[in-house]
Design a protein around this ligand. Structure first.
Ligand code: CP
Ligand code: NVA
Length: 307
């Protein structure tokens, strides 16, 4: 098993399914008020270089529910923000804490952090990937469709960190994925090439209708991610037509589900009507960040599986 959770492709399908299984147990325990202090006395450092609502709250609450403690560290108020090398920070934190969750820009930076840390490092989002989110998304699909298998998934919109992670997921889990992006906003070329080499079943198109047609799971995300705010207007023009609205949902399977990692820009990538519709499982998806991340932390930080 990997020491860290940096990218879905570093893990096997069986290992990730074991996380879903643990998540199922932990969620049941949380819902019935049954103690599950798998990380009693352990501490997670949470480093944020970007904003967050869900990730910060779910990791902090998750550590509390597991009997441990979480430290919120905004990079700007630590010596990291003043240029202390990652490899020094990694070794110092390894002496104090039992795990690190980091949200930052560069995937290379978290790989360096993981390389120099002796404790697990969890990717809480980079410009390239958002693996914890995809685990929560797939767990939510399992809850609503009984399985993640034999379903058609589609991604509509930006070829961003979420799209790249869905591509990795299609590759590891073996499901069919269609990705519709405007020209010039395709997913990361290396991620696409690696998935193709692994035999992933992925269709890339510039036509949202083609991607959504008959789909069981529809997914989208903001057009301008964190760090791209200055491109907002130009992106609004490029992404016109890449909106999940009632018309697009009508092309999908009758019992399709719609997902969004949030925060959403209603009226841009998705309409208010779809978010509030019977197809939306968006708020269940948000809640499952908590349950899945508890299972990831318990798996990585020497927690014992639930009995
Ligand atoms: N989906 C997600 O990661 O949300 P936050 O940016 O609020 O953490
Ligand atoms: N793609 C978005 C996801 C936010 C959870 C971003 O990186 O800002």
């Amino acid at each position: 098993m990997n020491k860290d959770f940096l990218c879905l492709s570093d893990w096997t399908r069986e290992e990730l399914e074991a996380i879903f299984s643990l998540c199922h147990d932990l969620k049941a325990k949380a819902k019935t008020g049954t103690p599950h202090h798998l990380l009693k006395g352990k501490t997670l450092a949470m480093i944020f270089e970007k904003s967050s609502t869900r990730t910060r709250i779910s990791f902090e609450v998750g550590m509390f529910q597991l009997g441990g403690h979480a430290l919120f560290l905004h990079s700007g108020t630590t010596q990291m923000g003043r240029g202390e090398p990652i490899k020094d920070t990694a070794r110092v934190m390894s002496g104090y804490c039992d795990g690190i969750m980091i949200r930052t820009y560069s995937q290379a930076a978290i790989e360096e952090l993981a390389q120099w840390s002796t404790i697990p490092v969890i990717n809480g989002l980079t410009d390239l990937y958002h693996p914890c989110q995809i685990m929560a998304d797939l767990f939510t699909v399992i809850e609503h469709k009984q399985t993640y298998r034999n379903l058609k998934y589609c991604w509509i919109g930006d070829g961003n960190n979420m799209a790249n992670s869905w591509i990795n997921a299609a590759s590891v889990f073996g499901f069919e994925l269609r990705v519709a992006t405007p020209k010039g906003y395709e997913p990361d070329a290396e991620v696409v090439a690696r998935a193709a080499k692994a035999g992933a079943r992925i269709l890339y198109t510039n036509d949202p209708a083609q991607a959504a047609s008959g789909a069981d799971v529809l997914n989208t995300d903001v057009w301008a991610s964190m760090g791209q705010e200055r491109e907002q207007q130009e992106r609004e023009r490029a992404f016109a037509g890449y909106q999940i609205n009632d018309k697009l949902v009508d092309l999908a399977a009758d019992d399709c589900v719609v997902m969004h990692c949030l925060p959403a820009h209603r009226g841009e990538e998705i309409t208010d009507s779809v978010i509030e519709s019977k197809h939306s499982i968006i708020f269940a998806e948000a809640e499952n960040r908590l349950h899945v991340q508890k299972a990831i932390m318990a798996t990585l930080m020497e927690g014992k599986p639930c009995s």
